[in-house]
Design a protein around this ligand. Structure first.
Ligand SMILES: Cc1cc2nc3c(=O)[nH]c(=O)nc-3n(C[C@H](O)[C@H](O)[C@H](O)COP(=O)(O)O)c2cc1C
Ligand code: SF4
Ligand code: FES
Length: 572
């Protein structure tokens, strides 16, 4: 089917919504298996296959199996959601084939929930409705009130989902699922009703800042590119995500690929681009597969290609697989990589918006930035501006890892405190230890000690303390770990990943690593610490690209806040 009119989208939406009603499709139950990479790594495929075989062997036709991406709480995978007609859904955690068999016999067949395996009652997409109705949805019978409602669990309750609005609710392989949640309505509006200036104004007014790290205003970037004089322009989605401890973008790509495609369509219309690339690392095979499927479905529906929505607007997008070098996430290196050249960065001027891929004006935006676009176009910039902090609007997705109980992907309003994320959402750390620091922004970021945990997660407040929000990696570090060792870990990574083009980046990172190794091996002295600090300052000031300029940050922040640990390590 080719979508030409808004009524085409509405009719797909209504038909799909009808199909999600169990009674309309003559089903008594639906079992959703959450199949993000984290779920699959924990055994979700075995659970899914076992379930399929069971229904086949028993000739069961009235139970539906659905798959979606992850729901963000990676440490409790594999997760499944069981819905019986007219009853409250139950999310089960740490499911394996044995538990599935029990859940099947007891809950799915007979309606007896197994509370000891349950994580929560309710679905995340219904969370707001549950909060408004005292934790209950009228059409759903409560089956076991001893299980916590999803709205009672801080991991879910304290999040605000814009980017992750569809997680756990849609099958990423089905464009119709995306359309059923108002997908492509914003693209339709942008392509058929708004001109370039109006789209850019809306994005500028929203206050959206790029989520790839630097926080540059997205509308401004688009404005520059729209003014560039060229018939040929490009839009690129940066899905390289190479920092250790970061998996926010992967989670979005795997659970909601069309949200990125839709953001790219709107960006392309705004700047006048007719060709797009999604630069995704090859180490994300599931994301690449899902994206390619989503692109071919969008083409089949006429949402990509020639004359989109019968409007004379053309755009096609392809996935470009990166080979996994961290530096290729840097935009000028990424451009070289797409051109088939070695992924070396260059000086930023001219900016990609003036001279980007194949020397044409190019907009490069992060996955999360693009996922914010359609809600802004659909709901308006005023709506978006109500969320977030004074200077930074909207939400930020973090991947929270390290010494915490709930490892996963979380989306919070910008301005939420570090403490809220660590204590409430992440549910603190293992008994017998405390979190002494948090590493924000991966290898380009810094290490902040616990006495600053009241700080808001926002660009400027963190920068003032010598750390950055970055693209959203957050690693909790407990009191059993050494800050010097953390600095060494990240420097090791940067020295390995440095492309070798400039001397400070090539030799400086290597020398800093050598000194850190010496200190960690108990062979360092006070002069080494002083030399390390000097070298870090020099590399920060003189490296050619962002990798080298930010590589000293973990050293500088640990020297600032954990100097005592360096002194202890070099005690004669
Ligand atoms: C070493 C290095 C790696 C980077 N990796 C990424 C990345 O994986 N994803 C990303 O979106 N931006 C990355 N960036 C930032 C990009 O260069 C660019 O600023 C960003 O994609 C712009 O998108 P935004 O305006 O939507 O944030 C990296 C920068 C540096 C210096
Ligand atoms: S700092 Fe220099 S050597 Fe290191 S990645 Fe950047 S350009 Fe390459
Ligand atoms: S719950 Fe999936 S990225 Fe994890």
């Amino acid at each position: 089917m080719i979508v030409n009119k808004i009524s085409d989208l509405e009719s797909i939406k209504n038909k799909t919504l009808e199909m999600t009603k169990l009674d309309s499709v003559k089903k008594t139950a639906r079992i959703t298996v959450h199949m993000g990479t984290c779920g699959i790594a924990s055994g979700a495929k075995d659970v899914l296959n076992s379930l399929k075989n069971k229904l086949k062997d028993e000739h069961i036709k009235n139970i539906e199996i659905k798959t979606t991406g992850c729901i963000g709480i990676c440490s409790k995978e594999p997760l499944i959601t069981v819905e019986r007609f007219g009853e409250e859904p139950i999310i089960y955690e740490y499911v394996n084939v044995e538990k599935l068999n029990e859940i099947y016999d007891s809950h799915i067949k007979k309606g007896n929930v197994i509370a000891k395996y349950a994580l929560a009652r309710g679905k995340e997409v219904e969370l707001e409705e549950r909060v408004d109705n005292n934790g209950h949805i009228e059409s759903q019978k409560i089956v076991d009130s001893s299980i916590k409602g999803i709205e009672e669990i801080p991991f879910f309750r304290k999040q605000k989902r814009i980017v992750m609005r569809n997680r756990g609710a849609i099958d990423p392989y089905k464009i119709t699922d995306y359309i059923s949640r108002d997908g492509y309505m914003a693209a339709y509006k942008a392509v058929t009703e708004l001109d370039s200036q109006k789209i850019i104004e809306e994005v500028l007014d929203s206050g959206l800042r790029g989520r790839g790290g630097a926080g540059f205003p997205t509308g401004l970037k688009w404005k520059f590119a729209s003014k560039a004089d060229s018939k040929e322009k490009y839009i690129i989605c940066n899905a390289d995500e190479g920092d250790p401890g970061a998996f926010m973008d992967r989670s979005v790509l795997e659970s909601d690929p069309h949200s990125i495609i839709e953001g790219m369509i709107i960006a392309a219309k705004a700047v006048g681009a007719t060709k797009g690339f999604i630069y995704c690392r090859a180490e994300y095979p599931l994301a690449v597969e899902i994206l390619n499927k989503a692109l071919s479905q969008a083409r089949a529906y006429g949402i990509l290609g020639k004359n989109i929505f019968d409007s004379n607007f053309d755009l096609d997008i392809e996935v470009y697989e990166g080979a996994g070098a961290f530096v290729c996430g840097e935009e000028t290196a990424l451009i070289h990589s797409i051109e088939g050249k070695r992924g070396n960065p260059r000086l930023k001027i001219p900016y990609p918006a003036q001279k980007g891929v194949f020397s044409k004006p190019t907009v490069i935006n992060n996955v999360e930035t693009l996922a914010n676009i359609s809600p802004i176009i659909l709901n308006g910039s005023d709506w978006f501006r109500q969320i977030g902090s004074e200077k930074s609007k909207g939400t930020k997705v973090f991947s929270i890892t390290g010494d915490i109980n709930n490892v996963g992907c979380v989306e919070i309003p910008i301005g939420t405190s570090i403490k809220t994320v660590l204590d409430d959402i992440a549910d603190g750390t293992q008994q017998g230890s405390t979190i002494k620091a948090v590493q924000l922004g991966g290898p380009s970021g810094g290490c902040l000690p616990a006495n600053y945990f009241d700080t808001q997660l926002d660009y400027e407040p963190l920068q003032e303390l010598g750390v950055i929000m970055g693209s959203g990696g957050m690693i909790a570090i407990n009191d059993k770990k050494s800050a010097v060792d953390i600095a060494r870990f990240f420097m090791n990574f940067c020295a390995d990943e440095s492309c070798g083009k400039c001397l400070p980046g090539r030799e400086g990172t290597r020398q800093m690593l050598n000194i850190l190794n010496k200190i960690c091996d108990g062979k360092g002295n006070k002069e080494d610490v002083a030399k390390l600090e000097d070298l870090a300052q020099v590399v920060k000031k003189t490296a050619l690209c962002g990798l080298g300029k930010t590589a000293p940050n973990p050293i500088l922040s640990t020297l600032k806040y954990f100097k005592n640990e360096y002194e202890e390590a070099v005690k004669e």
